[in-house]
Design a protein around this ligand. Sequence first.
Ligand code: FAD
Ligand code: NAD
Length: 477
Amino acid sequence: MADKFDVVVIGAGPAGYVSAIRCAQLGLNTALVDNWLNPDGHAFGGTCLNAGCIPSKALLESSEMFHKSTHEFAAHGIEVDGKVKMDVGTMQARKQKIVTGLTGGIAQLLKANKVTPFKGTGTYTGNGKVEVADIEDAKKKQTIEGKHVVLAGGSVPVELKSAAFDGKQIVDSWGALEFDKVPKRLGVIGAGVIGLELGSVWKRLGAEVTLLEAQDEFLFMCDRQIAKESLRYFKKHGLDIRLGAKVSGAKAGKSSVKVSYDDKDGKQELEFDKLIVAVGRRPNSAPLLGKDSGVKTDERGFVVVDDHCRTGVKNVWAIGDLVRGPMLAHKGSEEGVMVAELIAGHHAEVNYNAIPSIMYTAPELAWVGKTEEEVKKSGRAYKVGTFSFAPNGRAKAMEAGAGTVKIIADKEHDTILGVHMVGPLVSELIMEAVVAMEFSGSAEDLQRICHGHPTLAEVVHEAALAVDGKAIHGINK
Ligand code: FAD
Ligand code: NAD
C-alpha cells in the first residue's frame, strides 16, 4: 500500500520547501520529495541555496571586500603594508560553510514541522500518485500518494549546442561558483543577471572579463534609462561588454577555449581560460511528469498554470521556476505559500505586479513594476521623477555616489506604476517601493513619509518629490 499524505511536494527549492513548511503549519500531513545532489550528497534548498542565490552572494561579498581593499581603502587614508592577496580556497570554504549552514537549517525546519522527506526523483503519474526513485539507487522505487500534489522541480541552465558544457573550460553558473583559482581571461556568453553577477565576482578578483551578449540592447528587460546608465558603470569598472555578439562556436583545448562570434564588424575570435555560458534557464519539467499525468506544458516546457498555480488537473499545482513569471526565489516562495493556503481552504493570492527584481552587482540594480517604455506603450499618461545618489550625504560618506532612483507615476491618479534604481544597496531600498506599490501607494505617499537623515533612502524620497517638481536637493526640471 502506498504511503498516503494530504500533500506531496516534489522539489525542495525555495518554492517547494517553503510550500511544504506552510502546508505542515496548516495541519496538513506533508511529504517532500527532492533529488538535489551535491558532490558530498543530498541537500535541501534546490538551486537557490546550493548553486544560486546564496553561494553567488557569498562570493560577491568576498570579492567586493577584496576590490574595496585594493581600490577604495586609500581614499579613506587606510594604508596596507604589503600586497593584498586573495586566498580563493579560503573564500570558497567560507561560501561552502554558509551554504551548508543554511541547507542544514532547512533540514531542521522540515523535521521540526514534521514534513516527511523522500530523497529521490519524483514522477507524478496521475491520480495523486508519485513514483519516487531512490537518489542512491534509481532502481529502488516506491509509490506515495497525495490528496494534493505540488510540482516544484525548478529549472536548469540552458545549454548552447555551439558551446556545450564540458565542466572544465566551458561551465554553467554552478561551475563558475566553484573555480579554485582566478582565471586570467574569463569569457561569459550572456550579459544577463548571472553573467553580470558572476562576471563581477571574478573581475573584482583580477580576471579580464569579456561578456558576449546576443542582443543589441543591454539588459533588455530593464528600464532603458537605468540600463544605459548601468552599462556605463559596468564598463567603467572594466567589464568588457560586447553587444550584438552572436556566438557561432566554442572549442576547448587543453587549458583554454577559443570562442568565435559574429558582430556588426564581422567574424571575431577570442581565447579564454574559462568560459561561462549563462544564456538563461529552462524549466525542469520533463522528468517530473509521467506520460499519463495529464499536466500540460507549453512549447518551452513551462507547466501551464492559472493565476493561483492550478495546473488544470484536479488537486495538482505547480510553482516556482517551473511556471510562467520571473525565475526568482522569492516569487517561487510566495507561490508556495499561496498554494499551501489554498489547499487548506484559505483565501490567498500573489500580487505579480509587486515582485522586486534585483541584481547584486556594483552598483546594484533593482526594480519593481513597469518600465517607462511599458507605460508609454500602454498609452497611459504618466509623470517621472528621478534623483541621483551623487548629492546624498550617506552615499558620499560611502564613496558610492554613482546611481539614480527613478519613479514613474500615473499622471492623473498619482499611483506608482514602476520604480527603477541603480546605486548603492538598492537591493534593500527597493523594498520601500514594493511596500508602497503593494498598498497601491502614490508618489505623494512617499513624499509625505519622513525619511531618516542621512540615509540612502532619502534618494527615494527626493525622487518621489521630483515626480511633482518638488525635489529639495536638486534642480527640478
Ligand atoms: P529550484 O531552486 O531549482 O529547486 C528545484 C528542486 O527540485 C531542486 O532541488 C531539484 O533537485 C528538485 N527536483 C527537480 N526535479 C525533481 C524531481 N523530478 N524529483 C525530485 N526532485 C526534483 N533568485 C533570486 O531571487 N535571487 C538571487 O539572488 C538569485 N541568484 C541566483 C544565482 C544563480 C547563479 C542562479 C543559477 C539562480 C539565481 N536565482 C536567484 C534564481 C533562483 O535560484 C531560482 O529562481 C529559484 O531557485 C527557483 O526555485 P524553485 O524552488 O522553483 O526551483
Ligand atoms: P538572463 O535571461 O538574465 O540572461 C541571459 C542573457 O543571455 C540575455 O541577456 C540573453 O539575451 C543572452 N543570450 C541568450 N542566448 C544567447 C546567445 N546564444 N549568445 C549570447 N547571449 C545570449 O538569464 P541568466 O543570466 O542565465 O539567469 C537565469 C535566471 O536566473 C534569470 O531569469 C534570473 O531571474 C535568475 N537569476 C536571478 C538572480 C537575481 O535575482 N539576482 C541572479 C541570477 C539568476
